[in-house]
Design a protein around this ligand. Structure first.
Ligand SMILES: Cc1cc2nc3c(=O)[nH]c(=O)nc-3n(C[C@H](O)[C@H](O)[C@H](O)COP(=O)(O)OP(=O)(O)OC[C@H]3O[C@@H](n4cnc5c(N)ncnc54)[C@H](O)[C@@H]3O)c2cc1C
Ligand code: FES
Ligand code: FES
Length: 346
């Protein structure tokens, strides 16, 4: 999906200032925001570049006018998936773009520097037309209060972007494992997304690639082995759970969808990743070294520095357990600290 070509502006000169793209909009990241999570940054309507008292106690720093409140804050500890966004990054060495579903409630803002963040607003809306994932969700009645819906949609979106071929139903279920829904229940949600799975060609073409014997044993309604002997997706399964009919991909209209898929920003393809040294509220320091030696130097200079990668443990310690760390060193760009080497002897 999408293109990596820098065909929009060949003259584009990459910038070395800290930045990210959100739904294809370029946003420079000012200093002093190291205490913010990506979610706080996305949802805030106005964050200030100098300290301010809000309601007598909260103090925030930052920029203004992001206000993308489609991404929700649920648990705030990586457990519910309501805050899921897709983060895309480009690796100049392998010349490949990677796409991940990320819990924005734990991702530090500066951890996505140089990356493209897509929120649910970047997909579609009732006004602009729904993305096929959103439309399928609505048609399959996969949403009630809707709080969890953006998270589910973004997990599915990231799966489709990161898959070379249509995912299997198992992969879809697995990608939703971090998303919780309290009111709808999971069956309609899985039904909504099943149409994107390559479980049976019937769902795409109405013609099965299975042998007639095999086709008889796979229920086109549930996509699972079944003795209903139906080979038509429109048939109701009389053997399995027959309360639901899977929406077929053909039924997803999509004609009202006017947005083009958001391609990876050309500037980020040309940009060389840089070391970062930034600050945050309360004297917090944020470093992103690029080499092992720089990481060791930082650790020697600040013995109490906390090393982080995904921040799913340190983030919980700092936010929920209120542990104070003064120096954070992000190791995501240090090659030696990002792979396992397993040998016969260990
Ligand atoms: C909702 C949720 C569910 C979880 N479920 C499980 C589970 O089922 N099983 C489980 O085992 N854990 C679980 N965890 C814990 C967490 O996912 C793991 O601890 C995870 O491996 C932490 O990785 P991280 O990169 O996010 O760590 P961070 O929070 O970035 O760092 C964790 C620790 O490792 C150190 N560290 C990180 N990277 C390096 C490195 N390259 N070199 C040296 N030290 C480093 C850090 O200094 C820090 O002390 C869960 C967490 C959450 C939020
Ligand atoms: S808000 Fe629950 S995982 Fe982020
Ligand atoms: S629709 Fe309400 S939590 Fe899922």
């Amino acid at each position: 999906m999408g293109s990596l070509k820098n065909d929009e502006n060949p003259q584009l000169q990459p910038s070395s200032e800290p930045l990210l793209y959100v739904n294809r909009i370029r946003r420079v990241l000012p200093d002093a925001l190291a205490h913010l999570t990506l979610l706080e940054y996305l949802r805030c309507h106005s964050i200030f570049t100098s300290p301010k008292l809000i309601l007598g106690h909260s103090v925030l720093f930052g920029t203004k006018d992001i206000g993308l409140t489609g991404t929700k804050l649920g648990c705030g500890e990586g457990g519910c998936g309501a805050c899921t966004v897709m983060v895309s990054s480009y690796d100049a060495k392998s010349r490949k773009c990677s796409h991940y579903a990320v819990n924005a409630c734990l991702a530090p803002l500066y951890s996505v520097e140089g990356m493209h963040v897509i929120t649910v607003e970047g997909l579609g809306s009732c006004k602009r037309g729904l993305h096929s994932i959103q439309e399928s969700m609505a048609r399959a009645h996969g949403t009630q209060c809707g709080f969890c819906t953006p998270g589910f949609v973004m997990s599915m979106y990231a799966l489709l972007w990161s898959s070379q071929t249509p995912p299997s139903e198992e992969q879809i279920k697995e990608c939703l494992a971090g998303n919780l829904c309290q009111c709808t229940g999971y069956r309609p949600i899985v039904d909504a997304f099943r149409v994107f799975a390559k479980t049976s060609d019937i769902l795409y073409t109405g013609i099965s690639s299975l042998s007639p014997e095999e086709a008889k044993s796979i229920c086109p309604s549930t996509g699972k082995p079944c003795s209903c002997n139906s080979n038509n997706v429109n048939d109701k399964c009389v053997v399995g759970d027959n309360r639901y009919k899977a929406t077929s991909y053909d039924e997803v209209d999509g004609t009202k969808y006017t947005e083009k898929e958001l391609i990876f920003p050309p500037e980020l393809l040309l940009r060389t990743i840089t070391a970062l040294s930034l600050t945050g509220f309360g004297g917090l320091m944020w470093y992103r070294p690029l080499t092992l030696q720089h990481s060791l130097d930082l650790k020697a200079k600040y013995p109490d520095a906390k090393l982080i990668v995904g921040n799913t443990e340190v983030g919980i310690q700092m936010r929920l357990k209120r542990l104070q760390y003064r120096v954070l060193v992000s190791l995501t760009q240090v090659p030696e600290l990002n792979f396992f080497n397993v040998k016969d002897d260990g």
